[in-house]
Design a protein around this ligand. Structure first.
Ligand SMILES: Cc1ncc(COP(=O)(O)O)c(C=O)c1O
Length: 468
């Protein structure tokens, strides 16, 4: 088919009719667990190994083929996908992506209403989590948001680094359980990962403020310049929230940039149950929140919140002949690492507008409740072990015990593989203090208490098939 043909023969309308039907079917199927995951068929593998077609297949066959491929792929928004940090793919977010892609904005330049919408969405999110007077911008994920924040932090302590390279011995502080994306950012900024100071955690796996303070003092005495403290508000491993107020006191005392990596956990700050854990978030210089994790919208939708966008302008601003710089208003490209940037904010804006803060609070409270339910369910079973303290957010490590404790780790590793093979649930494992645990994580509004009950039934049933 030639490109211009799609305009004259009604092909576009047919394509839209067809896609509407397919998407509606997909969403209704995703609402419910499926008894098993469909196999990746030989036919699909064969389609996916063909050469580039010289003659196109046409819209309809292409759409049908793509639908089959997608159905045989791993969709994270299914209610029994409890691995890693899943997502929900909220419908209005998917619609927003379709709309935004139809207009194909580029937020490298000031895109009028679309740019205002991005700014408003950042303010709304700041309001939701208690980060007042927030400004911000959208990135492709927590990894890029954290990198952006650390680049801004470096700009404050070593303003000539953009031109001359790092001129100081800089250090960055985070808990031993912080996300690897922070180390990656430090590597990319040329500090070297040895400049990361991994601070020990307490019995609830939160960064210990006393150790942080001692490490900073030791480093300053040794001639290092502290560049940033990264507090994690919801660790990936267990959902621990570092003590933000205590850490902010130390950041204030030594004049260090405080970044909160709330990629996963920060949305819980908007709930009555979660808010006390996040006291002090408002004192951070920057906060990462991945809306594609626990604000339920599809990927990619991360937000970096700051108190003052001008810090990003000094970090990323430039003056090139091919970008208009003749007005007072900054081009968004001067605030970001990325050049071409889609309107990722629309999905969060539409979701927040449609459900309101109340709708989000309700869904988040539902997940927090599921986590407590899962923890107490496991605690009541003599064959399961849980961590000493109940979950702070929605990650609930559990471990099936083997009669021979030296085999427990291996049992849980085999169990994870067997459950994934079984297909009724999707779980991932985690290494905690050198042992293998199962790590269900609840970030989907579709998951119910019945799903949690069934999880234990399925785990016990599948475990019977493991000979160890
Ligand atoms: C705490 C934390 N920070 C950062 C990231 C990285 O986010 P992304 O995968 O969106 O780049 C993750 C991902 O799980 C995370 O849990």
């Amino acid at each position: 088919m030639r490109f211009e043909e799609r305009l004259n023969n009604g092909a576009r309308e047919l394509l839209l009719d067809d896609v509407r039907h397919r998407i509606s079917q997909t969403w209704s199927e995703i609402d419910h667990p499926r008894p098993t995951e469909p196999e990746l068929t030989a036919e699909t593998k064969s389609v996916l190994s063909t050469q580039l077609p010289e003659q196109g297949w046409g819209d309809r066959i292409t759409l049908e083929t793509a639908s089959k491929i997608l159905d045989q792929s791993l969709a994270q928004s299914r209610p029994r996908f409890l691995a890693y940090i899943g997502s929900s793919g909220l419908e209005i977010g998917a619609v927003a992506d379709f709309l935004a892609a139809s207009y194909d904005f580029n937020l490298a330049i000031d895109s009028k209403a679309a740019s205002l919408l991005e700014q408003q969405t950042a303010r709304w999110l700041g309001q939701f989590v208690g980060y007042r007077n927030a400004e911000g911008l959208f990135t492709s994920g927590g990894t890029v948001s954290n990198l952006t924040a650390l680049a801004a932090a470096r700009q404050q302590v070593d303003p000539d680094a953009r031109k001359l390279g790092n001129s100081k011995k800089l250090t960055v502080y985070c808990s031993v359980e912080s996300h690897y994306s922070n180390t990656r950012a430090v590597e990319l900024l040329g500090l070297g990962s040895n400049s990361m100071r991994d601070i020990g955690v307490d019995d609830r796996r939160r960064m210990r403020a006393d150790l942080l303070r001692a490490q900073i003092q030791e480093d300053i005495a040794a001639g290092f310049t502290p560049m940033a403290i990264i507090a994690t508000a919801g660790t990936t491993l267990t959902g621990a929230v570092d003590p933000l107020n205590k850490i902010a006191d130390i950041a204030d005392e030594f004049g260090i940039w405080l970044h909160v990596d709330g990629a996963y956990g920060a949305p819980a700050a908007g709930t009555a149950t979660g808010a006390p854990l996040f006291e002090g978030i408002d004192r951070a210089h920057s906060v990462t929140i991945d809306a594609h994790k626990w604000m339920f919208v599809p990927k990619a939708c991360s937000v970096l919140l700051v108190k003052d966008l001008s810090v990003l302008q000094s970090t990323f601003g430039h003056d090139e002949a091919y970008m208009p710089h003749d007005t007072q208003a900054a081009n968004p490209v001067d605030l970001t690492l990325e050049y071409s940037r889609p309107l990722r904010a629309l999905k969060l804006w539409m979701a927040l507008a449609a459900f309101g803060a109340e709708g989000f609070r309700d869904a988040l409270e539902g997940n927090l409740d599921l986590a407590q339910y899962c923890y107490s369910n496991a605690s009541k079973r003599s064959n399961f072990r849980v961590l000493e303290n109940p979950p702070q957010l929605s990650v609930v490590p559990i471990q099936l015990q083997h009669a021979d404790p030296t085999k427990t780790s291996q049992l849980n590793q085999l169990l994870t593989e067997a459950v994934v093979q079984d297909g009724r649930f999707f779980l991932s494992e985690a290494q905690i203090d050198g042992e293998t645990w199962l790590r269900p994580c609840f970030t989907n509004f579709r998951t119910t208490r019945e799903d949690v009950d069934d999880l234990f039934l399925v785990l016990e049933e599948v475990a019977k098939g493991i000979n160890l």
